[in-house]
Design a protein around this ligand. Structure first.
Ligand code: NAG
Ligand code: NAG
Ligand code: NAG
Ligand code: NAG
Ligand code: NAG
Ligand code: CA
Length: 866
């Protein structure tokens, strides 16, 4: 059974398994490395699958295929339980069957696909989210053209049905009309597929009411998309909502539930579906991605978050955002954002940006109190020993030298009513955390603000502060950059992802009333509903009739952003920042998306020796003649691999790129009602192909002075290397892959005997630095390792997610229970013969090519007790 570990340190601690992980030192590939092989933080549910049957589920033949499949299992003596039948769009079922029969199921003629069932990344508000705030107007709508669409075009999403798959919604919130499904309610559709207590691994308890008062993520998302209380207005403030609750309070869901939610949203007639959830490191061919593709083919706009795995390298899109039929949205920094602050009351109020330890302080009110440095006998202000009298004042301390807890306890002892910590390094205010509850509010501010305040204190003797739980807009120091956390593309199949960017850092929106009603949060989940809202506006504008044209309008009118003189990589920002007004008013569209860089459909694009020419048709549905100047703008080339071919936390920026030229005339004219073709040539000659750079850029169409339409651009991206050579496995120096004993987890060498009983099973540990197309496992006799004897798995470990970067807790384990089958009949699963010595051979295929990376274990002697 294949088990993927997710790297949530806190979860590990909760389950108490941390102690069993020995310290792991990269570069010391020794047999003393120990891995936790037990089941636990599983990201692939064991013994659970989604089977996709041949044929349309609405036809008799399709239904017969499904029934025949189960009849076959019964006749082979394979026992199974059906979880859910999918019959509206995709002909599929979720089932529980022993893992060793996977290849048997794959080999049946009615099987189109067999998918593993994945657990999602948590749908949860980040720990840096801020809550309990007044109702304010969003700051982004002017920049993104949404305000102009509301004010001048008067589109607000009225009459458009938008479905949200998320953690549910507090529809009693004033921004959602306070009611559910009754006449005149904002929320007219919805269902709860899970219930509050659903954890991702227990049985869901569905009900009719998608109310969420415990998680908050879905309410924040719904607010951005469609909230409206008069003051706070989302992107499509009059849209009709369908709320499909697929995660409980803890925020976990599975592929199987996402499929149910999508099916229901489709049946309810939703016109836009927003997926705030996702499964990390996904493939465009996973179950929920396929379902999303099928729904998009019916003309429904599906928008999904790119994911928040930016520190785990490129090729890290969430599924289903990874699917070609879904618009994948990444998070971008805006020029301004709301932040908590306090006022220093000098001649006038000087707002000082702060971040809080306690995110929920609705009653906070410290008005006109003195802010006094907590100096000690040595004259320093670290607050680490006993400090000056602070009775009735707020103490100011410098970060460092001792823990925040020690500082706070010392300040409390001195009578302080609050603590402000200023950073000891440049940058944003830091994050405070405490080992125990502390009884006074604690705030952190930047180093620069700390120095400024100390200077004012020297000048004036006494300074006072006003501190409440409220917000002011602050300038961002890195506007229009890709959020550091946002997941990077391309997708594993080599297609351009993400598609577009939207505001996603410190986004202000709604929260359940019990959680404070309003608050800020960061994530690509906050960016995705923004674009879903824009899609609702475009549908109301009657912008188009086909999904391709909607996607073209969204994507090709976005504004690519620059950094250090180049465009930000398409792998980070997609087409750039969404612009609702340009999307709603542009008359020129590209009927299809540019699919450059798709190594499945366009294998010839890869490699380093050729030149290719692409053409793209622009068509003009407007009355005026459209005229542009066309050019190409390079974006930064990025790689996630260092010179040891090991994954890096931040991508390395380089200059590896092909020569790209717009070969047709630079002046492009498209007459009313006509179309014209633009040609782009890409020359890979002389590219260094062993550094794994992804290059990208934009074909830019700048409107001529005679034309009032918006600027357009087509993103383009590709790999400057042969994809099958990419380092899907980490360097050997990391010690992986390795063979362990299930009960011990220690890496083994030499010959080892296994009884295949009570935890005495051979267990392989491996890490994937990139998404893997296929894993095959075979067995050979130890004395003839080149000659395959039997198979363990051929065709069902397909499209595995890559692991996140953290070495210690992110890897796969495979426990071999000794079952094999022979090439003539995968349905005959039997135990490997006893008393002999074998090696297990793992073949890692990064593409569907013939060139796997091969790992052969040391010798496994099978010694089952009779
Ligand atoms: C699912 O469909 C199969 C036939 O394809 C049927 O035998 C089974 O009863 C159905 N199960 C559920 C839970 O609807
Ligand atoms: C929209 O989808 C994104 C991710 O796909 C998610 O993070 C966000 O919560 C969703 N928003 C809504 C309103 O469902
Ligand atoms: C801080 O000062 C600003 C600007 O004068 C003002 O708008 C805001 O209400 C003040 N906040 C507090 C808590 O006094
Ligand atoms: C914030 O930026 C605006 C313009 O972008 C500028 O006018 C203003 O002075 C800035 N405010 C601060 C506090 O830096
Ligand atoms: C890419 O580089 C590898 C060596 O790093 C070489 O073997 C291969 O032939 C190159 N491919 C092309 C198409 O040049
Ligand atoms: Ca419920």
């Amino acid at each position: 059974m294949l088990t993927k570990w997710v790297g949530l340190a806190s979860l590990v601690a909760v389950l108490g398994t941390l102690a069993r992980l020995s310290p792991y030192v990269a570069g010391q590939a020794t047999t003393s490395d120990t891995w936790d092989t037990s089941e636990g933080l599983i990201n692939v549910l064991p013994d659970t699958f989604i089977v996709n049957f041949e044929g349309d589920p609405t036809t008799a033949q399709g239904q017969k295929n499904a029934a025949d499949f189960f009849a076959q299992l019964r006749s082979l003596g394979i026992s199974y339980t059906i979880g859910f039948n999918y019959t509206a769009i995709m002909n599929a079922a979720s089932i529980t069957v022993e893992d060793k029969y996977a290849d048997a199921m794959t080999s049946l003629s009615m099987t189109q696909h067999l998918w593993l069932v994945q657990l999602n990344s948590e749908v949860k508000l980040g720990s840096d989210s801020v809550r309990a705030l007044p109702a304010l107007a969003p700051l982004e709508h002017e920049i993104t053209g949404v305000k102009k669409v509301h004010d001048t075009l008067k589109y607000t999403g009225k009459g458009i049905k938008v479905g949200i798959l998320d953690s549910g919604l507090d529809y009693t919130h004033p921004a959602f009309g306070g009611c559910f499904k009754t006449s005149g309610c904002r929320v007219q559709y919805g269902y709860d597929f899970v219930g509050d207590s659903y954890t991702g691994s227990n049985a869901p308890v569905p009900d009719n009411d998608p109310m969420d008062q415990c998680n908050g993520h879905g309410t924040h998302v719904a607010g951005t998309l469609a909230g409206n209380d008069g003051n706070f207005r989302g992107v499509a403030p009059d849209a009709t909502l369908g709320i499909y609750r697929v995660s409980g309070c803890n925020g976990l869901t599975t592929s199987a539930l996402i499929l149910q939610g999508l099916e229901r949203a489709y049946k309810d007639g939703m016109q836009v579906i927003n997926l705030s959830l996702g499964i990390s490191g996904g493939w465009g061919s996973w179950a929920e991605a396929e379902m999303a593709n099928l729904i998009a083919k019916k003309g429904i706009v599906i928008v999904g978050a790119a994911g928040n795995d930016g520190d785990s390298g490129m090729f890290g899109m969430n599924s289903p955002a990874v699917a070609p039929g879904v618009v994948a949205v990444s998070a971008m920094e805006m020029p301004k954002f709301y932040s908590l602050y306090f006022n220093l009351t000098l001649e006038e109020n000087v707002p000082i940006r702060r971040s809080d330890h306690q995110a929920y302080l609705p009653q906070l009110s410290i008005l006109g109190k003195q802010l006094r440095p907590a100096t000690n006998a040595n004259g320093d202000d670290f607050g680490c020993g006993s400090v000056v009298d602070l009775v009735g004042t707020v103490g100011l301390v410098k970060r460092g030298s001792c823990s925040f807890t020690t500082k706070a306890l010392n300040l409390i002892k001195a009578g302080a009513i609050g603590m402000v910590v200023y950073n000891d390094v440049a940058g944003e205010p830091g994050v405070l955390s405490f080992e125990q509850e502390i009884s006074i509010p604690a705030f952190s501010i930047s180093q620069a603000d700390g120095k400024y305040i100390l200077d004012e204190i020297v000048k004036r003797g006494v300074v006072r502060v006003r501190i409440k739980n409220d917000l002011l807009p602050f300038n961002n120091t890195k506007p229009y950059t890709a959020a550091s956390f946002t997941s990077m593309g391309p997708n594993p199949e080599g297609r351009i992802k993400p598609d577009i960017s939207a505001p996603g850092v410190n986004v202000y929106s709604c929260l359940p009333k019990k959680m404070g009603s309003y608050g800020t949060a960061s994530g690509s989940s906050m960016a995705s509903p923004y674009v879903a809202g824009v899609a609702a506006l475009l549908i109301q504008a009657g912008k188009s009739t086909t999904i391709e044209k909607y996607y073209s309008a969204l994507i090709h009118t976005a504004t690519p952003q620059m950094i250090s003189g180049s465009y930000i990589s398409v792998a980070q920002q997609g087409a750039g920042l969404v612009n609702a007004y340009s999307a709603a008013t542009s008359d020129v569209v590209f009927p299809k998306r540019f699919l450059l860089g798709d190594f499945w459909d366009n294998a010839e694009l890869y490699g380093t020796s050729d030149a290719y020419t692409f053409s793209e048709a622009l068509s003009n549905t407007g009355k005026a003649t459209a005229a542009y100047t066309a050019s190409f703008g390079y974006a930064q080339s990025l790689t996630s691999f260092d010179s040891n071919k090991q994954l890096t936390a931040t991508p390395i920026v380089g200059n590896v790129r092909p020569k790209v030229t717009v070969t047709s005339s630079a002046s492009v004219t498209v007459n009313s009602g006509a179309s014209t073709t633009v040609k782009v040539k890409l020359d890979h000659t002389g590219l260094a192909n062993n550094t794994f750079f992804v290059y990208s850029g934009y074909v830019l169409f700048k409107p001529a002075s005679s034309y009032t339409g918006p600027a357009l651009s087509i993103p383009l991206a590709g790999m400057a290397y042969e994809s099958y050579q990419a380092p899907v496995l980490p360097p050997v120096s990391t010690g992986l892959p390795c063979l362990t004993r299930y009960s011990e987890g220690r890496c083994l060498s030499g010959t080892n005997t296994f009884t295949f009983k009570d935890g005495d099973f051979p267990t392989i540990v491996f890490r994937l630095q990139l998404p893997l197309y296929r894993l095959r496992m075979r067995v050979a006799f130890a004395d003839t390792p080149a000659k395959v004897h039997a198979s363990v798995s051929e065709n069902h470990y397909l499209q595995l997610a890559k692991n996140r970067r953290n070495q210690k807790v992110n890897y796969y384990t495979y426990r071999w229970d000794g079952s094999v089958f022979y090439s003539d009949d995968p349905t005959k699963v039997s135990p490997i013969p006893n008393g002999k010595s074998y090696v297990l051979i793992l073949m890692f295929y990064i593409t569907n090519s013939w060139n796997p990376f091969v790992y052969t274990t040391s010798t496994i002697t099978v010694n089952r007790a009779s």
